[in-house]
Design a protein around this ligand. Structure first.
Ligand code: AMP
Length: 552
C-alpha cells in the first residue's frame, strides 16, 4: 500500500467524531491493507514495532524538527519548526504546512527523486533507524528522517511526523483496532481479545484473523521470549473475597518491581511490567532463574531489593532498573531477589486457563528455590482471623501487605479483574466505646465474644457495629476480665456494658445502615487493641464517623 493512500484513509478516520463510525472506517482500511495489514495496524496505533518488542524509535523532538527543517529548505531551521510546534501544538500540522520535498539531491539515500513512499518502506526505514548504533549513527538517523520527509506530500508529512514522535492521536486506540479487526474479518471480538492477551501483537492477530480465522485465533499461544501483559489487581475486602469465593489464596505482597522471567531451556530474559527488557540490569536474577529451572517456562513475580535478609524500599529496585552502566557496582550496593508467584507456561504447555491453585502447584514443582530466586508460599484460607494474622506477619516481615486471589481463577493478562485483590489498607482507625457484648458458646461460654461498638453522640453513645475479629484467645481472657465488672444488664447471651473501655478498630468501609443507632455500620471491623490511654469521653464522636464516611 502506498503511504499516500494510508494517509488518505487516516485523514478520513481522524475527521470522524463517533467511535462507531471511526471503527467502521478503520475496518475498511484493514480490509484493503492486503500484504501490509500487520504494519498498517501498528502504524494506526502509532507504533512501528509490536508492543512486546523492546526496540523503540526513541527519536527526540529536536532530531525530528531538524530533519523537517532540512526537508523544508534553506529558509527554515530547527528553531523555527520548534517554535511553530509550540504554538500549533501538533507536529503533524506543522509538517503538513512546511512544503517539504524540494530538496533535490541533498539526501544520502537518493533523496530528491520523490519516488512515492510505500507503507512498507516507511516501516522498513524507521526500523533501520531504530537499529542504527555506534559511530556516525546520529548523522545516519538524521539522514534517514530527512530522506523520508523529503519524499512526502503534505498529508503524508502530517502522519509521518506524528508517527516519528509516537503521537498519532487520531482517536484510534487498542479497543478500536480490536473491534475493527473483528468486524473486518468477521470473527468474534472475544477470539481477538484472547489472542491479543497471549500475543500482545495487534498486527499478528489481525493477520491471523484474516488469513486463518477464528480457530487459529484460539490457538495463538504464548511464546517464550515474548512478554505477556501482567495480570493486575484491584483493591478489595477480605470479608467480601471469602464470601464470594469460599476460600482465598493469601500471598505476601512484595514491595518491588513486577518482572516476568522467560526461560527458553538455555537462557533467561526478564521483562518489566511495561514489557521492557530488563535482563541486563538484573544479572543475579538471570543466573538464579537459570539455575532454578530445568525446562522452558514463563514465570511471573516481583523483584525485591534486600538488605541483611529484610526487604528494602521499592525505589532501590527501580534505581537498579535505571542503571544502564556499572551494574557490578550497583550489585555491591543492592542485593535483589525474585519472588515467583505465578507460572504461565511450563515445558511447552500454556497454563493461563488453568486454576491459580494448579498453576501454583506447577510453580513449586518446577522452580528449585535457591540464590536470588524463590516461590511464594501461598496459604489457602476461609477464616478472616487467619487472613488477618497472615497480614500482620507479612507486615512484620517488612512486606507491603497481602494479596488475596481467587483459587479457581485463570490468569487474565492485562486485566484489572476481580480475581486478584490487594487488601485495602485500613483507612483511618476509629476509637470506639464498648457498650455491649455477647457471651460465647460451648468452650467459650465463659468468655465474652462479640463486642458492641459505639461512638460518642452528644452526652450519650450511638452504636456502629460489633467486632469479633482480630482477637486472640489470651486477649479474649483479658477483655472478659476487664469488661465483666462493667456489665449492667444481661438478656440471654447479650449483655449491656457500662461505657468505660475504648477499642481501637480497623474496618474496610463505613456504610449507611439502619441496623445501628448511629445510622452507619462498619464493614468488616477488626479489633486492633485497647486504648488504655483513653476514657469514653476521648472516643471518636459521631461527627468524625460522618466525615470519614463522606470522604471514602
Ligand atoms: P499495585 O501496584 O499497588 O497496584 O499492586 C499490584 C502490584 O503488586 C503487582 O503489579 C505486583 O507488582 C505487586 N505484587 C507484589 N506481590 C504480589 C503478589 N504476590 N501477587 C501479585 N502481585 C504482587
Amino acid at each position: 500500500m502506498e503511504f499516500a493512500e494510508f494517509a488518505d484513509h487516516v485523514a478520513a478516520i481522524e475527521s470522524l467524531d463517533g467511535d462507531i463510525e471511526r471503527c467502521e472506517r478503520v475496518a475498511d482500511l484493514l480490509d484493503v491493507a492486503s500484504g501490509d495489514l500487520g504494519t498498517v495496524v501498528r502504524l494506526l496505533l502509532g507504533r512501528v514495532f509490536p508492543a512486546h518488542q523492546s526496540t523503540t524509535l526513541d527519536i527526540g523532538p529536536r532530531r525530528c524538527y531538524e530533519a523537517l527543517a532540512r526537508a523544508a529548505g534553506h529558509n527554515v531551521d530547527g528553531d523555527d519548526v520548534e517554535a511553530r510546534v509550540a504554538s500549533e501544538g501538533d507536529v503533524g500540522r506543522v509538517a503538513e504546512q512546511l512544503d517539504l520535498g524540494g530538496q533535490q539531491g541533498l539526501g544520502a539515500f537518493g533523496a530528491g527523486d520523490r519516488e512515492a513512499l510505500s507503507v512498507a518502506t516507511v516501516a522498513d526505514r524507521l526500523e533501520t533507524l531504530a537499529k542504527t548504533e555506534g559511530e556516525g549513527s546520529e548523522q545516519t538517523k538524521g539522514d534517514i528522517l530527512f530522506d523520508l520527509f523529503n519524499r512526502t506530500d503534505p498529508l503524508e508529512a502530517r502522519y509521518l511526523a506524528r508517527l516519528v514522535l509516537e503521537e498519532m492521536r487520531i482517536g484510534v486506540g487498542e479497543g478500536t483496532i480490536r473491534d475493527a479487526t473483528a468486524s473486518a474479518f468477521d470473527v468474534p471480538v472475544e477470539a481477538i481479545e484472547s489472542a491479543l492477551q497471549v500475543s500482545n501483537d495487534y498486527g499478528l492477530v489481525a493477520e491471523t484473523a484474516r488469513d486463518d480465522g477464528v480457530d487459529a485465533l484460539t490457538e495463538v499461544s504464548l511464546a517464550v521470549g515474548r512478554p505477556v501483559q501482567a495480570m493486575l489487581a484491584q483493591t478489595g475486602a477480605v470479608g467480601d473475597a471469602i464470601e464470594s469465593w469460599g476460600e482465598v489464596v493469601v500471598e505476601r505482597k512484595y514491595d518491588g518491581a513486577r518482572v516476568q522471567a522467560h526461560y527458553d531451556g538455555d537462557s533467561v530474559r526478564l521483562y518489566s511490567r511495561n514489557m521492557e527488557d530488563v535482563t541486563a540490569p538484573l544479572p543475579e536474577v538471570v543466573a538464579g532463574v537459570e539455575a532454578s529451572l530445568d525446562v522452558p517456562a514463563i514465570l511471573d513475580g516481583e523483584v525485591v531489593a534486600v538488605d541483611d535478609g529484610g526487604p528494602l524500599p521499592f525505589q532501590e529496585v527501580l534505581r537498579r532498573f535505571r542503571r544502564k552502566h556499572d551494574i557490578a557496582r550497583a550489585r555491591e550496593n543492592v542485593e535483589v531477589r525474585f519472588h515467583a508467584f505465578d507460572c504461565l507456561h511450563a515445558d511447552g504447555t500454556d497454563l493461563l486457563s488453568q486454576s491459580l491453585v494448579d498453576r501454583h502447584g506447577r510453580l513449586t514443582e518446577l522452580v528449585d528455590a535457591g540464590d536470588h530466586v524463590d516461590t511464594a508460599d501461598p496459604v489457602v484460607s476461609d477464616d478472616p482471623d487467619e487472613v488477618a494474622e497472615l497480614e500482620a506477619e507479612a507486615l512484620e516481615a517488612g512486606h507491603e501487605g497481602i494479596m488475596l486471589k481467587n483459587p479457581e481463577s485463570a490468569y487474565t493478562p492485562g486485566k484489572r479483574g476481580q480475581n486478584w485483590l490487594k487488601r485495602k489498607p485500613d483507612v483511618e482507625t476509629l476509637d470506639c466505646v464498648v457498650t455491649g457484648a455477647e457471651w460465647g458458646e460451648g468452650r467459650r461460654a465463659s468468655l465474652l465474644g462479640s463486642f458492641e461498638l459505639s461512638v460518642r453522640d452528644g452526652d450519650g453513645y450511638a452504636t456502629v457495629g460489633k467486632v469479633a475479629t482480630g482477637i486472640t484467645d489470651e486477649e479474649l481472657d483479658r477483655l472478659t476480665a476487664l469488661l465483666e465488672e462493667k456489665i449492667r444488664a444481661e438478656d440471654g447471651a447479650e449483655v449491656t456494658i457500662e461505657p468505660g473501655v475504648v477499642f481501637e478498630v480497623g474496618y474496610e468501609e463505613i456504610q449507611e445502615s439502619t441496623t445501628y443507632s448511629s445510622g452507619y455500620a462498619l464493614r468488616f471491623p477488626r479489633f486492633l487493641g485497647v486504648r488504655e490511654d483513653k476514657d469514653p469521653g476521648d472516643a471518636d464522636p459521631l461527627d468524625r464517623l460522618e466525615s470519614l464516611a463522606d470522604t471514602q
